[in-house]
Each structure stands twice: as structure tokens, then as C-alpha cells.
Design a binder for this molecule. Structure first.
Ligand SMILES: Nc1ncnc2c1ncn2[C@@H]1O[C@H](COP(=O)(O)OP(=O)(O)OP(=O)(O)O)[C@@H](O)[C@H]1O
Ligand SMILES: [Mg+2]
Length: 447
């Protein structure tokens, strides 16, 4: 049976069809033909490998319906019947394409224990890094001869901008990530002749967007990030190679607690002028409170830590959840930390004022130097801070996302006084040869 492709792939789409890396992203400009290519790629895989289990995801259900369920129903009509209750297209050879979404952070857990040989993530930058990492654990197969793969389509911007950029554009890898597993295919609207012919006004529409959005959506530029919350963050100004912190500098810690979500602990030191440097981070998942306390105490050995501030939710008693994390009903996590040798105080959780405090510390003081910096090995903080976005409902606040390290920083800086005012650096008087000439009786200038 011949499947009608409804078009001929352009060269970039062909590259995407041929990609076999463990993770392949096709991204950049709007309208390049990414979603078209994703639907066909998954269909071709389903046809080519009988019995293949495939998952296609969008962040929300309405987006999924508009962008994939309806087009796939048209494209696969009479060929792979759609089971609406299960949201699955069933192919005659036993392959299936399941359509899913991950609206809230806990929606990913519905895929726990499932096995998908191929996962397609549409608009990958709408997903948080935690969601992507969790979904990767479902990307596996017992089918001999087939290596599991994930395909991503994306535009710059949104909550997942930072992790997509790190993996596919900056190619900065950590832990057991292997560079050869990641491939990127740039999308450009100019490649999509079908759209340019059908709707020549679309490019004009993209050209009239505000500067940031135009660069991101028309040119596929990953260095601008529309909606970025902390534009003042810069690796050059705020990130330092680790150095020995003088023992007399005051030290403290801050923690954003999480069990299913990550838990982030930061260590800070304050210099005599009041500048703060974050010199260590611990970033863990699914680690019980006692174990976190133990790790923190080990890492802090020999250091004089004045105090630790932590997310106020540690003071709620959580019954069953708490029992699963090693405590007793009625006991708070704060008590567990204290019992384990790491006393904690509740952090000031005023969000908008807290983010403003972070902004003040990031901005340069009168002497031109920022009031806060961090060591280059605080990798999660360095990735998440520039990745924070404005909340669309509250333009003063940052949106929820991969924000556990920035939250810990916010708690930490809220325990400090407002950003310290530094004296302006004494400027060296400009050399004035005429003045010098006058003072020395004209002996200097001979012309
Ligand atoms: N090879 C092709 N042949 C025919 N039509 C195509 C082809 N590629 C894309 N199109 C059409 O071009 C239009 C835009 O494509 P698509 O929606 O895939 O772009 P996109 O890159 O996903 O855009 P966005 O960034 O907005 O999500 C759609 O109408 C699609 O059907
Ligand atoms: Mg698309």
C-alpha cells in the first residue's frame, strides 16, 4: 500500500528523515516545516519497523489536537485507524503512534513504566528539563535491532530554551551525556517553498515582530531569548573559576527542597564589602531528607557555616509523603534536617521582592562590578538563571519551570541585606600634558 506523503520533503526535512542519533532536534525559525516532518518521520518509522511503539508529545492537549491529531487523522485516513479513547493510531503491521501531552509537571508520571522505542517531542522548548529527562527514561525498547531515539522540534524561547540550547546549540555536556548522541538540524523558513508559495505574507508578518521575537522566530537565533527574566546575567561577568575563599569570610547556605522535584542546596560566602559569591551547589533528585543533610554536612566539613535558610514548605507536616521520605507523621521536614545535624530557618519566600533582590545583586555596583557571582562548577544555577522566563500572568514574577537553583539563590539573597552600595572606584586623573607643562614651567612639552 502506498502512503501519500502530501508533499515532497525539502533538504532539511530529508536530513531529519535520515537522522538516527539518539537525540535529534530540528529547530530554529517558525514555519520551516518541522511539524510536517515530525508527523511523516514517525509515520515512516511505524511503517518500516513492524510492532514499533511510538509516543508523540505536545505540551498541552488543545495544541496536540490542533497540530497533530487532526492532521494525522487526515493524513492516515483509511490506513491507520484512530482510537480516540486511547489517543492511538494503530497501523496494520502492529506499530502504534500514541499521542500525549504533559501540561502540568506531574503529567509526565503517567508515562512512568511505559516503553516507547521512539519519542517525538513537538515544541520541545515548551517542556522543562525535568520533563525531558523523565521522558528519556521511557525511551527504550526490547525490539532487537532498533536503537531507541528521540526527535525534537523547537523554536527558540520558552521554559525549555536553556536545556535545548545547551544540548543542541552550545553542545555543553555533563555527567554521562555523550556528544555523539546529539544532532541538530537548523530550520529556516526559506527552506519551506510550499509555505512561501502558499502564503508569501507570512514572512512579512514575521519581519514586523519586535526585535527579539523577529530574531528568534524568523532567523532562528538562539542567543536572544524572548521573555528572558534575567537579561543582566552574563557568564563573563558573573561566573568565576573556583578559588580558595578566605576562611574569615562569612558563609551561609540556602536550600530549595524537593523530593520528586530536584532539591538544590547552595553555599555562599560574603566578602568584607558585602559581595556574595556562591561557591558550591548540590543538586539531587529523589534523595531523602536525612541523606541530603548528610551530604551537605560532608561537603561543608571544616567550614564555619553561619546559618541555612530553606523553602518554607519544610515546616508543613506531610503525613504519608513524609513517611515515604523517612520521617514520621506529624513531624516536619525541618525537624528531620535539624535532627540530622543541619538546622534550618525558614526563608523569606516573597517572590517578586526576592527576584528583585537577585536582580539588584546581579547588576553592577558603582565600581562597575556585580554584587553577586558564582563559581563555574555551579552548573545548574548557571544554566537555570538565564533560562528563567517572565510569568505570562504576572509580568513582575518569573514563570515556574526549571527554577530550583534560582529559587535557592533567591532564598539565600533574601537572607542578606539589600544589595550593598559600593563606593565608586577612584578614577585615575586623566593625564593632562598641558597642565603638567604649566606646573613644570614648560619643560616637558617641547613642541
Ligand atoms: N515538504 C512540504 N510539502 C508541502 N507542504 C509542506 C511541507 N513542509 C511543510 N509544509 C507545510 O508548510 C506549513 C508550515 O509547516 P509546519 O507547520 O510543519 O512548520 P513548523 O516549522 O512546524 O512551524 P512552527 O514553527 O510555526 O511550528 C504547513 O502548512 C505544512 O503543511
Ligand atoms: Mg510546528
Amino acid at each position: 500500500m502506498i502512503l501519500y506523503l502530501h508533499g515532497v520533503p525539502n533538504p532539511r526535512q530529508r536530513e531529519f528523515f535520515l537522522a538516527r542519533a539518539r537525540h535529534t532536534a530540528y529547530g530554529g525559525a517558525r514555519g520551516g516545516g518541522k511539524s510536517w516532518a515530525m508527523r511523516r518521520k514517525l509515520t515512516l518509522l511505524a511503517l518500516n519497523y513492524p510492532g514499533l511503539n511510538i509516543l508523540l508529545l505536545r505540551r498541552t492537549l488543545p495544541e496536540l489536537r490542533e497540530n497533530h491529531i487532526l492532521p494525522l487523522q487526515r493524513e492516515l485516513y483509511g490506513f491507520a485507524p484512530y482510537n480516540a479513547a486511547e489517543r492511538v493510531f494503530n497501523f496494520p503491521n502492529g506499530s502504534r503512534i500514541k499521542l500525549g501531552y504533559c501540561d502540568t509537571s506531574s503529567d509526565v508520571y503517567q508515562y512512568q513504566g511505559q516503553e516507547y522505542a521512539v519519542i517525538g517531542m513537538e515544541e520541545a522548548t515548551h517542556f522543562t528539563e525535568e520533563q525531558q529527562q523523565f521522558l528519556s527514561t521511557c525511551n527504550r525498547t526490547s525490539k532487537p535491532g532498533f536503537t531507541p531515539r528521540m526527535y525534537y522540534t523547537c523554536n527558540p524561547g520558552n521554559v525549555g530554551h536553556a536545556w535545548v540550547k545547551r544540548l543542541f546549540i552550545d553542545r555543553e555536556y555533563q555527567n554521562d551525556e555523550r556528544p555523539e548522541d546529539y544532532a541538530f538540524i537548523p530550520a529556516r523558513i526559506w527552506d519551506n517553498k510550499a509555505l512561501l508559495a502558499a502564503d508569501p505574507g507570512y514572512v512579512r508578518q514575521l519581519m514586523t515582530l519586535p526585535e527579539d521575537l523577529r530574531r528568534a522566530h524568523l532567523e532562528g537565533d538562539w542567543d536572544v531569548h524572548a521573555g528572558q527574566y534575567f537579561r543582566e546575567f552574563s557568564r563573563d561577568r558573573h561566573v568565576l573559576p573556583p578559588y580558595e575563599i578566605p576562611a574569615w569570610h562569612r558563609r551561609f547556605r540556602s536550600m530549595d527542597w524537593g523530593y520528586n522535584d530536584p532539591c538544590c542546596v547552595l553555599w555562599h560566602a560574603v566578602d568584607p564589602e558585602g559581595r556574595v559569591v556562591t561557591y558550591r551547589e548540590l543538586y539531587v533528585r529523589q534523595m531523602r531528607a536525612e541523606e541530603v543533610a548528610k551530604r551537605v554536612m560532608e561537603l561543608s566539613r571544616g567550614e564555619d557555616i553561619a546559618y541555612t535558610v530553606a523553602s518554607p514548605d519544610l515546616w508543613q507536616s506531610r503525613g504519608q509523603t513524609l513517611r515515604a521520605q523517612g520521617g514520621f507523621e506529624g513531624e516536619t521536614l525541618a525537624e528531620i534536617f535539624t535532627k540530622s545535624g543541619m538546622p534550618v530557618s525558614p526563608a523569606d519566600n516573597s517572590r517578586v521582592a526576592g527576584w528583585q533582590r537577585v536582580r539588584d545583586y546581579l547588576s553592577p555596583a558603582a565600581d562597575g562590578e556585580p554584587r553577586w557571582r558564582c563559581f563555574s562548577d555551579c552548573v545548574n544555577l548557571i544554566r537555570q538563571l538565564p533560562g528563567l522566563r517572565y510569568d505570562q500572568r504576572d509580568r513582575e514574577d518569573a514563570a515556574d519551570g526549571d527554577d530550583h537553583a534560582p529559587e535557592a539563590l533567591r532564598y539565600g539573597l533574601m537572607s542578606r541585606p539589600e544589595a550593598p552600595r559600593m563606593k565608586e572606584k577612584p578614577r585615575r586623573a586623566a593625564f593632562d600634558p598641558l597642565d603638567l607643562n604649566a606646573k613644570t614651567g614648560g619643560g616637558y612639552l617641547t613642541v
